[in-house]
Design a protein around this ligand. Structure first.
Ligand code: SD4
Length: 329
């Protein structure tokens, strides 16, 4: 069978060869790998939702020859500091008891990772996650321990509950209805993936979680493999939406593994969403969005309901790209 037919019959596109077979074909030869990665479309960055300020910041870091790790950290910090983004960092919507609690993680080119869950009183959860990765022998710190560690590391202590989020919470308490509002409640949890000019990949994900969640609830965003996964030989993926479903399918890890097996980022994201749908009878009641990038700099995104998009900044420009969806309306 000639190569073209093989690719067609096997359902493999060029991306598949680049992202999967390509990576494994040259992984035994580091020099070959390095030459190839340098010629790819790096640097570039993508992030869940339409977050131009965050991707612009990350791209600025990448253009200055900064690492993908620095880019994703500084990129998502923009959203953490933005009080108008009520899904992340300061100004995030609180849990049902009125406490803002943050979840975040970060993962680098060497598969090092760090995370915090149920973090109170510190705006930049992603930076605390990075400190966990760099300054401790651990991957994940939770709650009071995470907070104590952050303060010891010199992070300022701040009240994260803004008056706007407090007023909305008081309003919510009148009915205490606990249901996700598709593309509204979830909007703007930020997952970001970047490739730097060395061709190295890193990712970060940060959120205040589902609005009015039970105290102590943690979603997918800080869970390595669920809300975020990076394998520098293959690519990265990150998620937004109803975290419980992403955890159940280990969504981001699944997508990277599918790319390793030869799927394009787009095909892999579609399969990730389909897995969730297959296990969830009332999938129409929830939104899930995945984005992914492979080592060749190709990207993909998919979601259940229309309305999810992702931001991409590369040498080709800065665009907001609507993700195709499983349901059409
Ligand atoms: C969570 N996945 O805590 C997060 C929520 C989210 O956009 O993505 N919001 O389940």
């Amino acid at each position: 069978m000639d190569r073209r037919k093989f690719i067609k019959n096997g359902g493999l596109g060029g991306a598949a060869l680049m992202g999967g077979a390509w990576a494994s074909s040259c992984k035994d030869d580091p020099q070959e790998m390095e030459n190839k990665t340098k010629s790819l479309s790096a640097p570039m960055v993508i992030a869940t939702w339409d977050v131009p300020n965050a991707t612009a910041k990350a791209y600025e870091v990448l253009e200055g020859e900064g690492s993908a790790l620095d880019a994703v950290e500084q990129g998502v910090m923009v959203e953490e500091a933005d009080v108008n983004n009520q899904s992340v960092g300061k100004g995030g919507r609180p849990d049902r008891d009125g406490h803002v609690t943050l979840d975040a993680c970060i993962m680098d080119k060497d598969s090092r990772c760090g995370a915090v869950v149920y973090l109170k009183d510190v705006v930049h959860a992603v930076s605390v996650a990075r400190k966990v990765m760099e300054e401790t022998p651990h991957v994940l710190l939770a709650g009071e321990g995470a907070r104590k560690f952050a303060l010891e590391m010199g992070f300022p202590e701040e009240n994260l509950l803004t008056e706007k989020s407090r007023q909305e919470w008081l309003e919510w308490k009148k009915t205490s209805k606990y249901e996700p509002v598709i593309n509204i409640e979830n909007h703007d949890t930020i997952g970001m993936l970047a490739i730097d000019s060395n061709g190295d990949i890193a990712g970060a994900c940060t959120t205040s979680g589902m609005a009015y969640k039970m105290a102590g609830r943690v979603g997918d965003s800080p869970i390595i493999g669920a809300g975020l996964f990076v394998d520098n030989e293959i690519g990265g993926a990150t998620a937004t939406g109803m975290g419980e479903e992403v955890v159940r399918t280990v969504g981001s890890f699944l997508i990277v593994e599918l790319m390793r097996q030869g799927k394009s980022p787009q095909e892999a994201c579609e399969e990730g969403v389909r897995r969730i749908i297959a296990k969830k009878e009332n999938y129409r009641d929830i939104q899930i969005g995945f984005i992914a990038v492979n080592k060749a700099g190709e990207t993909g995104a998919y979601c259940i309901h229309p309305g999810f998009s992702y931001r991409k900044f590369s040498e080709r420009g800065h665009e907001n790209i609507p993700a195709p969806s499983y349901l059409q309306s």
